[in-house]
Design a protein around this ligand. Structure first.
Ligand SMILES: C[S@@+](CC[C@H](N)C(=O)[O-])C[C@H]1O[C@@H](n2cnc3c(N)ncnc32)[C@H](O)[C@@H]1O
Length: 260
């Protein structure tokens, strides 16, 4: 009866609440090199909901392989693309196989899945925010700086996190979701983890809303969002005592479907 996943009805219902809290665990010294990973628990939640055992998961922004590790733990197969050599090596080492290709996800030739994939789970660069000092990331930023850890992904011009203009960034990012649309099987899902954020000039950028518009233009239908909350992050008093400036401690997990 259940064509989507291996969950019971009770387990299914629990997963459909529109918000939840997941706090990242401390990561090892290889994984911590990456400045913006998501927890494996987050990827597992969606992999278990949107696939059955042995199905194929894909991540076009593999980073240090959180999606791959989660898929392996849940007995699914996973493939991905990552542009940064160091992150790509960590991802492959963690997965235990060369499941992540080193390259630019805009390159159509890298999408070699004649039978298609069953689920796409990913999180793109949030424009170039890692390169800019903003109020709400400062404490995290300063801690990483003190520990000599990478503050942004790379200086590679093909890394989408290095594009200066927001509209150009969205256009280039959309090319990747067009590639994703082609390889996703009919009636299957894609989850994209993003945030709205404040730019360094104080302007609030509605990245999540903008991306929904772009991704639906690739052919996907938007099925709604779940809000991933983090309640272990330090609060800053950025606007006090004259202006409202929120501490952004949540991300949007945007859910899309490729309808037959
Ligand atoms: C938000 S991170 C993904 C992190 C990943 N979910 C994890 O937990 O490790 C975005 C990743 O996209 C990569 N990236 C940026 N531009 C890319 C491109 N054109 N093609 C492939 N990967 C790219 C960055 O190097 C970075 O690792």
């Amino acid at each position: 009866m259940n064509r989507l996943n291996d969950l019971t009805g009770k387990e299914w219902i629990k997963e459909t609440r529109s918000w939840y809290t997941i706090n990242g665990k401390t990561r090892n010294k290889e994984v911590i090199k990456h400045p913006a990973k998501y927890p494996e628990e987050l990827a597992s939640k969606y992999i278990k909901f949107f696939t059955k055992k042995n199905e194929i998961v894909f991540d076009p922004f593999m980073g240090v392989g959180s999606t791959g590790v989660a898929a392996k733990n849940e007995k699914r197969k996973c493939y991905g693309i990552e542009i940064n050599t160091e992150f790509c090596n960590v991802a492959n080492e963690r997965y235990g196989e060369e499941n992540t290709i080193l390259g630019d996800s805009r390159d159509k030739k890298l999408y070699n899945f004649p039978e298609g994939v069953d689920f796409i789970m990913t999180s793109p660069p949030y424009w170039n925010i890692l390169k800019k000092k903003r109020g709400n990331s400062d404490s995290q930023h300063t801690k990483r700086e003190e520990n000599n850890l990478k503050l942004y992904y790379s200086d590679d011009l093909n890394d989408l996190g290095n594009i200066e203009d927001y509209e150009v960034f969205l256009k280039e990012l959309t090319k990747i979701f067009k590639n994703c649309y082609k390889i996703l099987k009919q009636n299957k899902y894609m989850v994209v983890v993003v945030q709205n954020f404040r730019n360094s000039d104080g302007k609030y950028i509605t990245f999540a809303w903008d991306l929904v518009e772009k991704i639906t233009k690739c052919g996907f239908s938007f099925e709604g969002e779940q809000i991933w909350c983090q309640d272990d992050k330090q609060l800053g008093i950025w606007g006090y005592p004259s202006k409202f400036i929120s501490n952004i401690h949540h991300h949007y997990c945007l859910i899309f479907r490729k309808n037959a």
